[in-house]
Design a protein around this ligand. Structure first.
Ligand SMILES: O=C(O)CCC(=O)C(=O)O
Length: 307
């Protein structure tokens, strides 16, 4: 039955059911199996392995490679490929992937732009943690029809550092991500309690989706299986950034992957807290290293294997 379903999806594309759409609206996240084909998966894995090979040549993180502590040419520890869409045509294909866009359209509407994108790799036995945060705390917009798609290059299980999400938290407050007056990219509010967190698991070739206001994070990968995910942020075209993204209008319009451009921001009354002032440079991992109160293990402390 599973195989028949998979072949059907491959031929006709993936349609979300009304229950899935409702689940996303209520809980703020979703996992969908069999979105990309086995051939596509093979191609994505191969190009990602090429980048890992290339990372052997560098000793410090740059604007393509974010390296984990302990990285060396003999034993590469690449934790992130930064903005892969503009670095390789194979990655670029996925911002136009029809099945992915069909799913996203059902959740945030027909006019879509992509922006943030990255491959986050949790290598077996280490694989950096990402502390609890809301993407909305980094880049608030005029409305919250924004979500992040995660294409799974590996099976994402409870054991290999899945995304942890708190169901329904996308309807709550925007939590403070500041410490000593600086934005540190993780929740710092002492009232925060990740009670009710669940792992967002999915099979390789499937995708996860989480709403921009969803509280999420992940532990280090203490298993012997890798967990690589290709994250792409898709936004409604009429959601305009409240903190300038540094893109020109032409660059923003070039990121429209479905529907029409718009010069009319749609405004929604929402909790907003600006991610300013920021520490200059550095990825989310580097920002979060400054955090005094790490809950998920970004500072290398022992964390339980199970969520
Ligand atoms: O890779 C992960 O587990 C966390 C992804 C994430 O939330 C991020 O990179 O902002």
């Amino acid at each position: 039955m599973r195989e028949i379903k998979r072949l059907f999806w491959m031929k006709f594309g993936v349609m979300l059911t009304t229950d899935q759409i409702k689940a996303f609206q209520t809980k703020g996240y979703l996992a969908v199996d069999n979105v990309i084909s086995q051939e596509e998966l093979k191609e994505l894995r191969a190009v990602t392995e090429e980048f890992v090979e290339r990372s052997r040549e560098i000793e410090e993180s740059d604007d393509t490679f974010d390296l984990e502590p302990g990285h060396s040419s003999r034993s590469p520890r690449l934790r992130r490929i930064i903005r892969p869409v503009s670095k390789h045509r194979i990655y670029e294909k996925y911002v136009h992937h029809q099945s992915v866009l069909d799913i996203v359209e059902k959740l945030i509407g027909p006019n879509l732009r992509y922006h943030n994108n990255k491959i986050n790799m949790k290598n077996p036995g280490h694989g950096s943690a990402v502390e609890w945060h809301q993407d909305w705390a980094f880049y608030p917009h005029t409305n919250d029809d924004l979500l992040e798609v995660g294409i799974a290059l590996d099976d994402v299980t409870e054991g290999n550092g899945p995304l942890l999400v708190i169901p329904g938290s996308h309807k709550g407050e925007v939590w403070d991500h500041h410490q000593d007056g600086l934005f540190v990219g993780a929740v710092t509010d002492p009232r925060f309690d990740p009670k009710g967190a669940v792992p967002l698991t999915v099979k390789a070739g499937g995708i996860t989706l989480h709403h921009v206001r969803m509280l999420h994070g992940s532990k280090p990968n203490t298993s012997d299986k890798s967990r690589r995910m290709f994250f792409i942020g898709f936004y409604a075209v009429d959601a305009w950034p409240l903190i300038p993204s540094g893109q020109s209008l032409e660059e923003m319009d070039n990121c429209i992957v479905r529907g029409q451009p718009s010069l009319e921001p749609r405004l929604k009354e929402l909790p907003v807290r600006l991610s300013l002032p920021r520490v200059e440079g550095g990825s989310i991992y580097a920002q979060q290293e400054k955090l005094r109160n790490s809950l998920l293990g970004s500072r290398g402390q022992n964390v339980p294997k199970k969520s």
